[in-house]
Every structure is written in C-alpha cells, then in structure tokens.
Design a protein around this ligand. Structure first.
Ligand SMILES: Nc1nc2c(c(=O)[nH]1)N[C@H]1C(S)=C(S)[C@@H](COP(=O)(O)O)O[C@H]1N2
Ligand SMILES: [Mo]
Length: 199
C-alpha cells in the first residue's frame, strides 16, 4: 500500500487532481445502506437484464461465474464526501453482460434484492466503465458491501453502485431510482460535484 501523507494529492490518468472537489480520503471502507442487509444465498441468486421490448436475459450464479471476469483497481467517491483510493475488485464487465442483448435503450435502472434502485445512462455502463463485482480485496464480497454481487460504477458517486444487485432494466425513458427520487442528483458525477438535485 502506498503511504498517503496529509495533504497528498494524487494524479488522475489525465494528469489532474485525483481527489474530486469537496472529498476527503479515508483508508477504512465505510458501510452505507438505506435498510437492512439482505442475505442472498448464491443457490437462489439470479441476475436479470430486461430490455425495453420486455426480453429477458438471466444468469444464475453458476452461469455468471462462467463468464469472463476482470480484476479492477478503482477509486471510490461517496456523496457523503469520503473517497477511497485503489480498491481491488473482481467482476464481470457490463460489456460482457450486455454483449448479446439486443437493445437501443438509452436509460438503465439497476434493481437490488431489498428493493433499492438507481438509474444511469446505458452509455455509462459500457466501454469498461461498469462491472457486476463479486470479490473485494481477494475475498468473496461481504454482505454489508453488497455480496454476493454489486454493481460497480466508480466514475459516478457510489450510490449508483447498487449493492445486492439482481437486475438491470433497459428503458427508452429515464426513471429516477431510490436516492434520485429523494433529491440526489440524477447523474452524480463526482468531478462536477453533482451531489443533489440542481447541482
Ligand atoms: N442496495 C443498495 N445499494 C446501495 C445502497 C443501499 O442503501 N442499498 N447505498 C448506496 C450508497 S449511498 C453508497 S455510498 C454505497 C455504499 O457502499 P458501501 O456500503 O460498500 O461503502 O452503496 C450504495 N449502494
Ligand atoms: Mo452514499
């Protein structure tokens, strides 16, 4: 692990600042959940993609584990202002999951066990920007952090990374999710500090 001294300023790939505006660094991994942690048995787990035409693609745990997966190291940014650098995950890219799905939908709504939802543009799920992650730091993803599997979309604030994810609906019209209906920004770009509605 790198030593992070007070006042350390990292570098983004584009050469700029690594810590988005208004954020501070943590080294622990805070847990933020709007409700109780669902305990999802992988024997019953299922992930479903539903298109705007109502077609469904689904994977059980064995089929999902059979897909090509990637090791990812990314920085996380929570709207409550903590950021965590260099987190290690393993997951299946949404490019893989959406690869054979026939769709021209522009909007997506992620759904979770327990009822949580969050919306984002389909474009933000593609081109190596989003994964269904099932391992964190070399171990099975813990239930409190979204295990068995969570959406991971690190370029947006972390509320977009739905824990206990079990599906994505693809839609022609945008539909705000849980926090978005409660006043969080519809898009949530940490670099533009889009925390709340109107930011
Ligand atoms: N299903 C579900 N996913 C969720 C949440 C939630 O309450 N339920 N909280 C979101 C918020 S606001 C944050 S900051 C991150 C927190 O992830 P962590 O608990 O792994 O740090 O999960 C996001 N995903
Ligand atoms: Mo959050």
């Amino acid at each position: 692990m790198p030593i992070i001294s007070p006042g350390f300023k990292g570098r983004r790939r584009d050469g700029g600042e690594k810590l988005p505006p208004g954020q501070y660094l943590v080294t622990d991994f805070p847990v933020l959940s709007a409700g109780p942690t669902p305990r999802v048995d992988t024997r019953k787990w299922e992930f479903r993609i539903k298109t705007e035409k109502g077609q469904v693609a689904s994977w059980d745990w064995a089929a999902f584990q059979g897909l090509p997966s990637e090791d990812i190291t990314v920085d996380l940014h929570c709207v409550t202002k903590w950021s965590k650098f260099g987190t290690h995950w393993r997951g299946v890219s949404l490019d893989t999951l959406l690869g054979d799905v026939e769709t021209s939908a522009e909007y997506a709504l992620a759904r979770s066990y327990g009822g949580y939802t969050t919306n984002l543009p389909v474009a933000d799920l593609l081109n190596g920007q989003a994964w269904i992650a099932y391992r964190y730091d070399g171990a099975a993803l813990a239930p409190e952090h979204g295990g068995p599997a969570r959406l991971l979309v690190p370029h947006l604030y972390l509320w977009k990374s739905a824990k206990w994810v079990n599906g994505i609906d693809l839609m022609d019209t945008d539909q705000p999710g849980f926090w978005e209906q409660l006043g969080y920004n519809n898009y949530g770009d940490p670099w533009r500090e889009q925390r709340y509605w109107g930011d």
